[in-house]
Design a protein around this ligand. Structure first.
Ligand code: 5RP
Length: 234
């Protein structure tokens, strides 16, 4: 793990840590190219920073309606993922990341599009604060995007693995994703082998996307700490 020299080693708010790592991610953006952009509050800081170099890039492929709207409001061109064959870099946050670069994602319900954009990118740069770094994935409930008619059976299947699934709610109603589906948040899972977990759950009928990113794991993690941004390579 390398650490860039940065100024302060004082108490920084969560918001300041996110802004710091969002800014640090700019050095992975390749001038003249299209960059893959994730979703969430940390990525919002990256998008704000990206606006400062929007003239130097062609634009972005976005992983959510919210990120698309934020980028367009800042004058960053947004391309459909089908218009772009390969991206050299994808920059996104995570809810948890382990020391091998495996992640839990989907706290913002954008996991399906995030996995799609990550899959077309040569390098995943994950931007998080240090609270997201874990020894083993699973403390954060695993988000799973599901087809509504499979809800009860999938809830039973997760229970058989020791997990407790609940439908994500928003404003008193089931949250509907950008793809028109539901999110199950599954608490209590012990994910000792992220690849086999992702493989198995991805095959269950009715699962659109499981929020474990082991096949599309990060190659780089920029970790915001009060002492500066640390870089982990996997
Ligand atoms: C959205 C995601 C986000 O990357 C993840 O939830 C982290 O978000 P934040 O930066 O707000 O903590 O996976 O689906």
């Amino acid at each position: 793990m390398t650490q860039q020299p940065t100024s302060r080693s004082t108490t920084l708010s969560q918001d300041e840590l996110k802004a710091m790592v969002g800014q640090a991610a700019l050095r992975y953006v390749v001038p003249g190219e299209i960059v893959g952009v994730g979703s969430g509050s940390t990525v919002n800081k990256f998008i704000d920073a990206l606006a400062s170099m929007k003239e130097q890039i062609k634009g972005a492929v976005s992983s959510s309606v919210a990120s698309t709207q934020r980028m367009q409001a800042l004058g960053i061109a947004v391309f459909d993922s089908n218009e772009v064959e390969r991206l050299s870099v994808y920059i996104d946050g995570a809810d948890e990341i382990d020391h091998q670069g495996n992640m839990i994602k989907g706290g913002g319900a954008a996991l399906t599009r995030e996995k799609i954009v990550a899959a077309q990118s040569a390098r995943f740069v994950c931007i998080v604060d240090e609270s997201k770094l874990v020894g083993r994935l699973g403390k954060f409930p695993v988000p799973v995007e599901v087809i509504p008619m499979a809800l009860q059976r999938l809830t039973r299947q997760f229970a058989a693995l020791g997990g407790t699934a609940s439908v994500r709610m928003k404003d008193g109603q089931s949250l509907i994703t950008d793809n028109g589906q539901l999110i199950l948040d599954v608490a209590g899972l012990q994910i000792s082998d992220p690849r086999s977990f992702e493989s198995e759950v991805s095959q269950w009928p009715g699962v659109v996307t499981v929020g474990v990113f082991a096949f599309q794991k990060a190659q780089v993690c920029l970790l915001a700490t009060p002492a500066g941004v640390k870089t982990m390579m996997f």
